[in-house]
Design a protein around this ligand. Sequence first.
Ligand SMILES: Nc1ncnc2c1ncn2[C@@H]1O[C@H](COP(=O)(O)OP(=O)(O)OP(=O)(O)O)[C@@H](O)[C@H]1O
Length: 248
Amino acid sequence: MSTRSHSGPALPVHTDGVGKKYRRGWALRPVSLVIPHNRVVALVGPNGAGKSTLMGLVTGMSRPTAGSITVFGDRPTGRGLHPAVSYLAQQKPLYKQLTVAETLEFGARTNPAWDQRYAERLVEQAKVPMNAKVGTLSGGQRTRVALALALGKRPRLLLLDEPLADLDPLAREAVLRALLAEARTQGITVVLSSHVLAELEGVCDHLVLLHSGRIVLAGDVNRLSADGTPLGQLVLHHMRAAAQEEAA
Ligand SMILES: Nc1ncnc2c1ncn2[C@@H]1O[C@H](COP(=O)(O)OP(=O)(O)OP(=O)(O)O)[C@@H](O)[C@H]1O
C-alpha cells in the first residue's frame, strides 16, 4: 500500500480498515481514513467514541486488531513514537522537580532533531521563567512548557489529546492561538481532540467525528459546512443523530 499522493510526500496518517477490539467489543470499528498535510484536525465525539484509541494506533502505543495504519508512510512499530510525531495528552508527563530549563535539556537529550532555540523561544513567548520548577507552575504555564517540549522535537504531526482541559478560558484561547500560529508557519499537521466544540471554530479546517467507534463525519470543514452552519452546530447535529440512531 502506498500513502503517497501522485506528486507529494507520504500522508501524515493513512488507515486501511484499521480497527481495535477489546474483550468488551470494538473500541474503533475498522475505518479507512486519511489525514492530509498541513491541516488542523478536530477529532471529536462523545465519551468512549474511540478518539484516544485512534490516537493510540497512530502513536503505536496500541496495536490494531484489524487492518493497517501508516504514519508518513511507515507502520508504527510500538517501540516509541515515529520521529516526525509528537504526542501530548491531558496528563502532561513533566517532571515536577525539574526546572523549565532542565526540562528542555531533557528534550534535547531524548530527541535527535531537537531545536533548542525554537523551544526556548516558545517558552519565552509564554513568559514562563526558565529557572522555575515545573511543580510550581500554573496549569496554563505547564501546558505551554509541555507544548514547547512537543514542538522542540520539530514534529510534522502533533497529536493533542484533550490538552487544554485543565485551563481557564483565557489560557485556552492563548494556548490555542500560539499553537495555531506555529502549525501554520511551521507546516505542522495537528490533530486536536476536544469536547469544547466552540473553541474548535475558526481553529480547525478538517474534522473527524467519531461515535461508538465509527466515523460519522470526516473531511474538509469548509466543504462539510458549505451552507454556513458553524462547525460546533454541525458536530452537535450529527452527534445527536448518531445517538438517536443507536437508541432506535
Ligand atoms: N484498554 C482498554 N481495555 C478495554 N476497553 C478499552 C480500553 N481502552 C479503551 N477501551 C474502550 O474503548 C472505547 C473507546 O475508548 P476511548 O478512550 O478511545 O474513547 P474516547 O473517545 O477517547 O473517550 P473520552 O472522550 O471519554 O476520552 C470505550 O468503550 C472504552 O471503554
